[in-house]
Write a protein that binds this ligand. Sequence first.
Ligand code: VLZ
Length: 134
Amino acid sequence: MPVDFSGTWNLISNDNFEGYMVALGIDFATRKIAKMLKPQKVIKQDGDSFYIHTTSTFRDYSLQFKIGEEFEEDNKGLDNRKCKSLVTWENDKLVCVQTGEKKNRGWTHWLEGDDLHLELRCENQVCKQVFKRA
Ligand code: VLZ
């Protein structure tokens, strides 16, 4: 049985989101707002199908995918660059590789105790986020 990420999760820490946004080319004004946000994630996991909705007072972003099936991601409201995304299991970690203009782009989700962890990667920047169940 794989890990179940389903639930509603609130951000409690956000390390180097600024560096990640700079690597994505997000403008200064948007970064100033975005780094103050405390986004919430709603994850629905049904077998190999996932729905991840990240909401905030400023912008929302939602993603639907199946494990092992590459899809086109538009990153709308983030950096708006299209990429090809592929999510796979690496043991109990959910690993997404986002292939496109930006090198080394992707993210990894895992559970640690009662917390949801997320590492966001772009070029040489790593952002580390931790969420607790709402
Ligand atoms: O998460 O890729 O859970 O998409 C932040 C919205 C969303 C705030 C960040 C606005 C999405 C920021 C992170 C404006 C620049 C992400 C994946 C893994 C699913």
